[in-house]
Design a protein around this ligand. Sequence first.
Ligand SMILES: Cc1cc2nc3c(=O)[nH]c(=O)nc-3n(C[C@H](O)[C@H](O)[C@H](O)COP(=O)(O)OP(=O)(O)OC[C@H]3O[C@@H](n4cnc5c(N)ncnc54)[C@H](O)[C@@H]3O)c2cc1C
Length: 405
Amino acid sequence: MAASRIVIIGGGTAGIITARLLARTHVGPITLIEPSDRHFYQPLWTLVGGGAVRPQASVRAEAQMIPRGVRWLRERVTDIDPERQRVITSSPAAIDYDALVIAPGIQLNWEAIPGLREAVDRGDASTNYSFELAPRTWELIRNFKGGVALFHMPGSPIKCPGAPQKILYLAADHFRRRGVLPGVHLVYGSGTASIYGAPQYAAPLNAVLARYGVDARFNHELVEVHAQRKEAVFQVKGSASNERITVAYDMLHAVPLQSAPDFIRRGPLAATEGPLAGWVKVDKFTLQHADYPNVFAAGDVAGTPNAKTGAAASRHALVAAANLLAFLRGQEPVARYNGYIACPVVTAYGRMLLCELDYSGQPTPSVPFGNPFRERYDMWLLKKYGLPWLYWHVLLRGRKLPFVH
Ligand SMILES: Cc1cc2nc3c(=O)[nH]c(=O)nc-3n(C[C@H](O)[C@H](O)[C@H](O)COP(=O)(O)OP(=O)(O)OC[C@H]3O[C@@H](n4cnc5c(N)ncnc54)[C@H](O)[C@@H]3O)c2cc1C
């Protein structure tokens, strides 16, 4: 096989694993384009927000992650020209490719909820969706003595859709332990129709909501925050007159709305219609682009009809790398992504429910012992200690986890 120029956009979970797998094959020069000098293990931000883990445990130097032999271009991609097979960055020279992997993750669109940024700037609101702000979440929870604690969950796609409820449960458990829970009105304002899509997991999670006395309001989409007055305005979906309700809060954990990065959602490689419009238009099994067979997507940016999680991103990387190599050999795709996602929902300090699904929508438990539909202490240990270790030492090295699909 003649040497092929491979370009990978993004050095996060999916990008690094893909680079690692391809670098082993010596298929040709690999360029990884990543502007950040830090690599994050974002699932730990839930525990940072809950005060259970130090922020520094979730970050390493990007330079340590780049596989040997891979050229790291510390630039930001601004455009892709798939006809001419080139990537455009912030610097003048374009980068030509024979095969491309798109893995720049997801973009936080703070301005999409007017007033939210101001509420964060004022210090009454926070989000675990940022390395800088997750410690603030813990400060808010730790110092909360009573009143309305509002937790928000958007109805539109976000990464780790379980994260907004995880921090609700940690906060509730903290308030309970500190004895202040009776004076706290916990509100969960969610744009989704239920606490979890799969009923097998929704049942135990509804029991958790009841245990903490959460005032859960579904089909409530946060549309505005009046930061000065500490009020959150929700639009009630499906109501006859587009009803809006206002919730006054004393602390707010909010989630900025999210999309594919602008250069993707406004570029030529995004799907233009249907529920996956704006995400990279790939085959949901092979992750190969529908129009450009030398282009693959992996991670949050891929237009697959399921939740965006790191567990999915790491599977995507295995599939995209294998199918890219097959493409360069002139073969049909050899690997298929089955839609596996994992959502470790911490429900208390010391308890976790591991929700796992594939495209069938049916639970696909991978831990071969214990009841997968119960909150478990061993799963909490997995979340706090096991998964971070596996991430840095197994997954990022391009190896499969021993026990998952
Ligand atoms: C609070 C929180 C909790 C979470 N909990 C879990 C969990 O428990 N389990 C789970 O499986 N997942 C969880 N996730 C989700 C998981 O972290 C993501 O799904 C995963 O990181 C996606 O991998 P990715 O490679 O697509 O994107 P990322 O890992 O985000 O990497 C994207 C990379 O692309 C780079 N990039 C961005 N724009 C450009 C550009 N224009 N040019 C070049 N590079 C660019 C970025 O700098 C970044 O390094 C959580 C996320 C958060 C925020």
